[in-house]
Structure formats: C-alpha cells, structure tokens
Design a protein around this ligand. Structure first.
Ligand SMILES: [Fe+2]
Ligand SMILES: [Fe+2]
Length: 279
C-alpha cells in the first residue's frame, strides 16, 4: 500500500501547488492514501472550509493540523462537520473536532490516522504519548486498522524520536511536522515503523519557514513587531515522504523523501519511481 504524506502547506504558494499536483501524483505513484498537513494553508494561519474542501477534492484523504488549527475562527464550527479534518488529539477535553479517525484507502484498507502535538517548546496540551497509546489500544494494527499513520506535530526532534520509538512495531508510520524544514533521517525503525523527524513544508523556501523574510528578520534584529507575517509567494516545493506499507503486516517496507518543484533539491522515493516505470 502506498501512502503520500505532505508537510505543512503554507499560504497560497503551498496550497495551490499541492491542489494542482495532487491528482497527477495520485496517478503517477498509484497512491492508495494521501495525508496533508493543512495548518498553515490559509494565508499562513489555519485553514478555511473552502480550502479544506479544495484539498479534499484534489485528492487528500485526510488533512491534519497542529497549533494553528483554530487560527481561522470559522474552524471552531465547521470542523465538527468534517471527519477528514483532524486537530491534535491531546487538546483539552471539549475542544471541537477529533484527533483521530479511521478512513478507507483506495485499495480498500482501513487506515487509522492520529494527529498529536508535542509539548516541548509548545503549548502545554495533555500528555501526547498516553493520548496516542489510548488510540492504539482502541484500534490496533491488524486487529482494527490495516495501517496506522501518526502526524506528530512537534518542535523538538527529541520528542519526535521518542514518539517513533514509543510506537515502533505498533504503527505504520510516525511523521513529524511543524518545523517546516525537512530532515534527512527518514528510516524504518527496528520494529517496522517508518519515521522522519520532519516532513518539511509545502511552500516557498525563499523565506523564513514559508513567510516573507523581512518581518521575521526585523523581529530578530529589533525585537519589535513591524507588521504581520505574510506567506512568501514564490514557487513552492511540494515536500513530504512516500511510505510503502506491507499489506500483510501493516508495517512499513520503505520510506523516502519527496521534493518536487521550487528551489529545494528534487527527490522522489526510488522504490516508487522504479515501480512506476516498470509497469
Ligand atoms: Fe506549520
Ligand atoms: Fe505548527
């Protein structure tokens, strides 16, 4: 089973690139399931209902989020109507929306997606490890779900690695998001869980984390806000990972980086490129 995971979409540059490319990518790689993190899709802050629907129509199966999930106030209301939009599971009890869901992939498999948020250098939500544990207990690999994808939205690589090891052998993949910079540590852990500390962002990398450089730079220099952060609008690099999951076990066979367009060095998972050209 083939899963595409794309990191945080930032602003119009990132979301337009993904919406335009997704139908072709689904075809090219014969994707079974697509997860995208949409927490910065609306002008860099949150996600509107219109954008969510555009992403779902383009071929995203699930849209995950993070600390920016409620930056657009409308999300507090419409999130209840969309199972396919997740917010971190460890928000306080009573927060609108859900942090996990079971979804049907193109190959018929049932995929459990869990969105959780770290607590190191971030808001002090409920403890994420036990929140994930509770979901895995309720719907385990092969007893309930054919595959389990966890978007761990966190700042610290230590906390993300710890989450990877915590669920190793019990989830198909733990994909880090939030830092907007792709890491090069993608691997299949000893127990069979695919892991990367950060999937990177889909956006213009001629920027500070997807935002125009001037305001962040000036704040570092002067400590005085001069205006709002605005998304950079140059060509986006579509950034994330491809994951090949063993249908029999639900564990990962391979994980590889995807970087398409824009200014980052280009990459496609070798195992998918080979498969695409041999058929
Ligand atoms: Fe983000
Ligand atoms: Fe974030």
């Amino acid at each position: 089973m083939r899963v595409l995971f794309l990191g945080d979409l930032v602003g119009r540059s990132g979301r337009s690139a993904v919406i335009e490319a997704l139908p072709g990518l689904r075809e090219r790689y014969r994707l079974d399931f697509v997860v995208v993190n949409g927490e910065n899709a609306a002008g860099g802050f949150g996600i509107t209902e219109t954008i969510l629907v555009e992403l779902l129509d383009a071929g995203a199966d699930v849209v995950t989020t993070g600390n920016h999930v409620f930056d657009q106030r409308e999300t507090l209301v419409y999130i209840e109507r969309y199972d396919r939009l997740l917010r971190p599971i460890n928000y306080p009890q009573g927060t609108p929306g859900k942090g996990a869901g079971l979804f049907k992939a193109a190959n018929g498999a049932q995929v459990l997606v869990i969105n959780a948020m770290g607590r190191v250098f971030m808001a002090d939500l409920d403890e994420p490890f036990r929140a994930v544990e509770k979901e895995l207990e309720a719907c385990g690999l092969k007893t309930c779900a054919d595959a389990i994808i966890i978007d761990f939205h966190a700042e610290a690589t230590s906390e993300k690695e710890a989450m990877g090891f915590f669920v190793d052998g019990r989830a198909s993949a733990v994909i880090g998001t939030h830092t907007h910079v792709p890491t090069a540590d993608e691997q299949v852990l000893n127990g069979g869980t695919a892991y990367i500390s950060d999937a990177g962002m889909c956006g213009d990398y001629d920027s500070v984390l997807g935002m125009n450089k001037e305001e962040p730079l000036s704040r570092f220099l002067t400590k005085i806000p001069n205006g709002r952060f605005q998304p950079a609008l140059g060509e986006a690099t579509i950034t994330g990972v491809g994951i090949e999951i063993d249908d029999a076990t639900g564990l990962a066979k391979a994980i590889g980086p995807i970087r398409l367009g824009g200014r980052l060095s280009q990459a496609e998972p070798a195992f998918w490129v080979r498969a695409a050209t041999t058929v």
